[in-house]
Design a protein around this ligand. Sequence first.
Ligand code: GLU
Length: 468
Amino acid sequence: MTDKKIRTRIAPSPTGFLHLGTARTALYSWAYARHFGGEFVLRIEDTDVARSTQDSVDQILESMHWLGLEYEEGPIYQMQRLDRYKEVLDLLIAQGKAYYCYSTPEELDAVREAKKARGEKALYDGRWRPAPGKTLSSIPEGVKPVIRFCNPPDGDVTWDDLVKGPITISNREIDDLIIARTDGIPTYNFAVVVDDWDMQISHVFRGDEHINNTPWQINIFNALGAPLPQFGHCPIILGDDGQKLSKRRGAVSVTAYEEGGYLPEAMINYLARLGWSHGDEELFSREQLVTWFDGTHLNKSPAQWDPVKLLWVNAQYIKQADNSRLAVLVAQQLVKLGIALEQSVVQRHLPLLCALLKDRCDTTVAMAQWAAKFYGDVTPDAAERAQHVTEAVRPAIAYLSEKLQSCDWDKASIGVAIKEVLSSHGLKMAQLAMPVRVLVMGTAQTPSLDSVLEVCGREKVIARLGQA
Ligand code: GLU
């Protein structure tokens, strides 16, 4: 390691929610900074004014907060740094490293078409690029210029990518990039360089869709005499159909998983493991991740999003989670099901229920669906009712109801009452338990009966058994 301070950043564009791919690179950037005692910066790249929204900014900030990815600096908004970009643009123009280009879109299209027809790459032809001895056309009236960067015409750009290893791209493959639009707002590739330079970013982790931008950025860094950060390009995440993970193929926003009842530590664990490994470890804490994550062992090839594995990871964290914490989360999910609980219930009763449910549910949404059977109304499944609540068993149910009126209300006493009914009516456990479950919980598949009845409460149990 160099003795330079490690500074990483994540630079989402607020044109939508925080995408899982961005969340993963944010996580790697965060963990890398933490591992080396460095700093992590959040920058909002909002120069695409037409597509950026405050709502997206809010969602991104909220997702970062939910995931627990704290940053030392930020959010820094690019649109608040326009003066600085202008200063650097002016400097590059004064040094002959950038120039105004007055080509109209129609002209550019014509050049592109002509190049294509000749079988050449459709690059800008450099007509406004100044050169010794070259006479430029006279400046057309009424055309607002863009600013282009004088990209080196030949030679190669090479960097040792932290994820992919050495990458070389020829300057002949790329052209004089537009670095400021006609309205003076800089484009991504320029603003990102000025920012990474000013913010002293030492390591850039980002998605590999940016690999083709990196040569331009390196050339701009060099033109500015700025030190280069190290780049690490993480492969895209594939959906379970092998295609790029996209909205059409399921949830891709962090928010959707928060709403879907996942715990942030499960998301962190799953996202980290998706594209990186530490031996065979599948379950690890945030602290372990920080201890282990040194930028090595990042996968070179795309990872596949596996919803089933994510559910499994989430289930493991739910099992370990504190019941009072789960109660708060389940209560939020219950609101979406139309059940608003009193604060005292959330604090005192719901944790008991969570203790009962957390071994069998893989999300807090699933827990809430169960909890709704305790707090809301229950309509037994008709088929199950017909199958289990038979004439033969009704007297036993009535007798159980009677016993439950007067027994102590704890799991052990309820268990004794059930056993007494079984022996007095000559029934096997399942013959009584199934109809009681159907009546009380609406379904024959529930956690252990005595626990269910205990947590459901005497009044509700007796009322529901009365529906037999
Ligand atoms: N705003 C860019 C994006 O969201 C950032 C890319 C980068 O990290 O340089 O893809």
